[in-house]
Design a protein around this ligand. Sequence first.
Ligand code: C2E
Ligand code: CA
Ligand code: CA
Length: 816
Amino acid sequence: MNIGFANDVGDDILMLDTANAPGGIMAYYADGDEEIIHANSYVIELCSCSTFEEFLEFTGGTFRGFVHESEIDQVEESIWMQVQERRGFDHVYYHVETKSGRLLSIDDYGRLIEREGERPVFYVFLAEVDRQEARDWLTGLPELPHFKHLVALEALGLHGDGEESVIVVFDLMGMKGYNATYGREGGDVLLRGFADVLRRHFNPDACCRHAGDRFFAFAPSDDIGSVIDSVFRDFAASGIEGVLPVMAGACMFYPGDDVSTVLDRARLACDSDNTTWKSHLTWFNEEMRTEAELRVYVLEHLDQAIANRWLRPYYQPIMRASTGDVCCEEALARWVDPNYGTLAPNLFIPVLERAGLLQKLDMHMVDCVIEDFATKREVGMPITAVSVNISLSDLGSVDIAHEIVRKMREADLPPGLLKVEFTESTATDNPEQLRSQIKILHEAGFSVWMDDFGSGFSSLNILGEFDFDLLKLDMELVRNIGNNRSQGIIAGIVEVTRKLGMGTLAEGVETPEQAKFLKAAGCGMLQGYLYAKPNSLDYILQRFNKGLNYRRESLSEFEYWNAIALFDIDSPISSSEDWSYDNGRVVEFPVAIIEHRGKDWNIVRANRAYDAFLVKTGGMPADAPESHVALTDDNADPDFLTSIERTLQSGTWERVAGQLEYGTGLQFFTKHIASTPGADAFVNASVSTMLGSALGVYGDVPIAYAVFRVVLNEAGDGLDDMEFVYANGEYCDYASVDQESLPGRRYLKSVGEGGRIWLPYCYRSAVLKEKVQESLFVHDRDEWIVFSTAPASVDGCCSFVFFATENHPKGMVDVL
Ligand code: C2E
Ligand code: CA
Ligand code: CA
């Protein structure tokens, strides 16, 4: 027998009598092309070669050429992983195709030798095995072929005894997330732990691990439910950190059944409910069988479905929270089949995804949406933006972002019309690809939305790491709005998102209560059955023709409302100036976004402080905060309008101080933030200086000044008394009252019955809304009082200003 060395390395091997070893011995460089250095006769004969040269020629002289090409990548990955974990040793199985075309199963024990100054070398002992003996290196459970073989044998035995049997598939839920958290090693511990549990409850030879985190078991069907329950219980109690829930699927195995088919059915059952986040068992049923058939049908008819437009978008409206108009529609795929009727995406999307065909669907959807834009235009329907769902699971195929950009350009449509939704899981599965796709879309002017936030292992970090324009709150979150914690979570997410300059959309809104809460939390858009289900374009057009549709936003309005939704009214200016209406404390800066539409001024968003401000200044009733003041060009404060004019010119903050007269001082801070044909939006902080610390303005002037709230007599035609709201230092000095505890104190009690002479004037101002300018001679003081009273901006209040003089101001004589 002719054995050989390709090079003159391999001293260690020379020392072995490799030629007569009871198995194959081979050495190859662990780097580069993995060039084979040595192979003994066993290996050479194994490949049906007769010389080392022939063997080298047959394998291309490399280990990669030795292993069956369909397995080489996986085998190498496994080798390197084990080498790292087990200090240089590995144990793998693979197939080798011989020169004569036979397929052999190989059991390979390898060892990596690294010596200084030399290239690393793998020394391998290998033997052809009966694959049915093969065991999984991680868990020691039989491998799939062995398992199948055993199942066939066991089943014969069981069925012979009249017992029925079952195949169970287990899947650890969230294994990907587990590996991300605990590392590969942690993941291995978990998998081994589960294998141990299986060994305890089933015949250890009738279990198997396959494809990472899937396990199979075969057992008598008797009492299988409680056996599986104890598997769940034991695993949960295994003490492994962060132990995961397990989903299981089971299918009866009858005499004559094919093992692979039953396995597939159990697998289907297992996968049918992957949303219940706790251990659970699902039995295979007839419905699943039909579904299984349907899946095959889908794969076989995809091209036909695209060509015939069986596959097409249904549209679900997305509502603008502030106006109730449709601001966008989500395109959701439907397969309207001539044989099966309308298929929902959960029937065909997973199948297409597994087959790597989802992109084909996504691109077809974009084509359809573009066609539908044209149809809508033809019938005169306003063109609203549409969002499409794009999957990035088919790695390495068409560059989706470029494809979308190209399609929209060719159709001559502005990028604002198409929003691209990527699901949150894309961010963990394909972060790099996602980042580059977002970049391409952004550069072309498209918005990118994150779908399903809150459905999986959501992390707020994702928001910082990817440049999304909007976040869709998953319906799971919305569904839980009933409880306080979820409310807090949603409010928090909305706030964080806004700080990051992103919009929010809540999906799955089904009740008015949910909508109300989401609006109040500041969520800008709402979508769900409360408004409409996804509908075909035909249906939408029919309703449009009957005038039954919701009002639709144009593209310009979309941008306009976005700007409004994104403005941070809680910190509109960076330096918080001490303008407050409430007793000298900066309680909260009252800020609102006000729009000018036609002649009307509408408050479209307001923070809490602004609402309180309006209540306080009489702008709106406290019990109906939704019904904002009806403000028009005709009754708006001229100073407010001045601030509007100025910011329209400057585009930045303008501050206009209203006249400080009659006790009402107003400061208007205003900034123009967005416009659309027919409307402009401004952010406005109107700060009243009448009540509270800003009265300090009057505090220092040498004119006595006070504000009173009147106390009507029973008939309502005059005053019994008044209450102090405010009085400045000058007033208090003059009237000898103590400024400290003044607010709320009765006037006559403080100044005596002589004060009655002022009540009629205050009545005229506070109740009849007159401005009064008079002078009175006060005998006991022997001087003239020149005064004015005026209505204050709060109902039932008047302001009072006066000074004293020895001479009658108009030179008239006292008539009294
Ligand atoms: P998704 O993107 O999260 O879409 C929202 C799903 O929730 C839609 O189901 C919609 O009909 C449903 N839905 C909307 N409002 C409510 C509600 O108030 N209550 C409830 N219970 N459900 C509501 P649909 O159309 O069956 O789509 C399911 C999923 O299929 C989508 O979830 C999306 O992930 C995927 N999908 C649909 N069309 C496409 C597509 O063209 N391409 C890709 N890649 N995926 C798609
Ligand atoms: Ca979506
Ligand atoms: Ca979603």
